[in-house]
Ligand binder design. Structure first.
Ligand code: PMT
Length: 415
């Protein structure tokens, strides 16, 4: 894709990965983007401003209070100039400053002053990345619609192995391209929403969403981090696309989208009963819920008491596999499963597609910060027997519209 006319401001912070920034700038320039670079002081320990000036063909900005810069392209002008700010590498320190809204250098000030979207390519030692403070900061930033791109896993400059490597320049360029394609698609979607036919008109769609709770005793349960946001976004989007929607929801703190019939459940058994009770009338079933695979074999009648023993063994028993049961019906609806994976996404997703006899599966990488469980954004890789589409990272409402449009296409291709 050409990035002609796109104005991209690259922020470079202190970290060994800063040497890759020159390559990133070069690759963006090759695609006709206009690129300007802002460096922090610590970045200069890893790469010189001269190098970045040479590859960008523009003077590199680094000082907030530079009288010469203020007279020309000051921080407000730079903030207004950018179509996208990408900080690569983004150090743990910069993530913390952005989370707190600090503005003690040119780069962080720009980030506060810009209306442009902000993307971060974190790069740091794996232990720093895993630290609760960094994870919290990434979550806060993702909740503010900041794009978090990466990090990758692997061997680090310090010899550690784990997550924290900056994505490679070409991977970042691909994400920049996706970002601008998506922005264009969103603008077109908004412009044409009222003209679009409703591809799900006349169809009944049932969805599951949220977690299940598997009781251990009257006050305790086993569960997971699903917030229900993805499933509720799908329910809302299905109504917008013309469907009659039934949403079977586990325990979540979300209000019911307009026009949706909601059935609240707690456990996997209850979810199964609610689904099977109304599945015969549905043309499409989408299993987005994070259903517990196992439940305690026995639910204690009274609160389980602490004893002198150092351990407590609880026997679990397998829950019904709801989506597989639906897909095995004689008169099965078009059945779409989700796959929450942390590695080898395609292999595991295709295995579930086949094993559970689904028509389609939407896989998400739940190991990445800023997407999957309990975040506002997500990205999906959608697979069916002879096809595959990647739906890039965006907010769950937008993603739901894209997934449902795909489901409608596949439904009509097969019916
Ligand atoms: O709710 P959010 O916070 O917005 O997060 C969204 C999400 C990460 C929960 C969602 O995008 C997602 O991935 N949902 C599926 C989670 C899951 O349980 O994945 P799985 O790979 O374990 O299950 C595969 C499929 O089987 C799923 O469609 C699941 O609904 C279904 N299943 C699983 C077990 C079971 N007993 N019955 C089922 O129907």
């Amino acid at each position: 894709m050409s990035l002609t006319g796109k104005r991209i401001l690259i922020g470079v912070t202190g970290g060994i990965a800063a040497y890759k920034s020159a390559e990133l700038v070069r690759r963006l320039k090759e695609r006709q983007a206009e690129v300007k670079v802002v460096m922090t002081d610590s970045a200069k320990a890893f790469i010189t401003p001269l190098t970045l000036q040479a590859v960008s063909g523009e003077p590199v900005s680094d000082a907030l209070l530079d009288p010469a810069a203020e007279a020309g392209m000051g921080h407000i002008e730079l903030a207004k100039w950018a179509d996208l700010i990408l900080i690569a590498p983004a150090s743990a320190n910069t993530l913390a400053k952005l989370t707190a809204g600090l503005a003690d250098d040119l780069l962080t000030t720009l980030c506060l002053a810009t209306p442009a979207p902000l993307a971060l390519a974190p790069a740091m030692n794996q232990q720093m990345y895993r630290h609760a403070a960094t994870q919290h900061n990434l979550q806060v930033l993702a909740d503010r619609q900041v794009h978090i791109w990466g990090p990758a896993q692997g061997v680090q400059a310090c010899g550690d192995v784990g997550p924290g490597r900056m994505l490679e320049p070409l991977e970042l360029v691909a994400l920049v391209e996706r970002h601008f394609t998506e922005t264009t698609v969103q603008a077109e979607d908004q412009a044409t929403t009222h003209l679009n036919a409703q591809p799900l008109a006349g169809l009944k769609v049932m969805l599951t969403a949220g977690p299940t709770r598997e009781a251990l005793d009257p006050v305790r349960f086993l569960s997971n981090h699903s917030s229900g946001k993805m499933g509720f976004a799908l329910a809302e989007a299905a109504v917008a696309l013309g469907a009659e929607v039934t949403l079977v929801a586990g325990p979540v703190a979300l209000s019911t989208p307009l026009g949706v019939t909601r059935i609240d459940v707690e456990s996997a058994q209850q979810m199964q009963a609610a689904v099977m009770g109304a599945i015969a009338q549905q043309q499409i079933f989408i299993a987005c819920a994070a259903v517990a695979d196992y439940a305690p074999k026995v639910v204690a009648e009274h609160k389980i008491k602490k004893t002198a023993a150092d351990s407590l063994i609880i026997e679990l028993t397998k829950n019904p596999d709801i989506v597989a049961e639906v897909a095995a019906l004689a008169d099965t609806p078009f059945t779409v499963g989700f796959a929450a994976e942390t590695q080898d996404i395609e292999i595991y997703a295709r295995d579930k597609l086949k094993r559970k006899k689904l028509d389609m599966i939407a896989a998400n990488n739940v190991a990445l910060a800023g997407q999957g469980f309990n975040s506002d954004d997500n990205a999906l890789s959608v697979f069916w027997s002879n096809g595959h589409v990647d739906l890039p990272l965006t907010n769950k409402s937008q993603l739901a519209l894209h997934l449902l449009t795909l489901i409608a296409e596949r439904y009509y291709d097969t019916h």
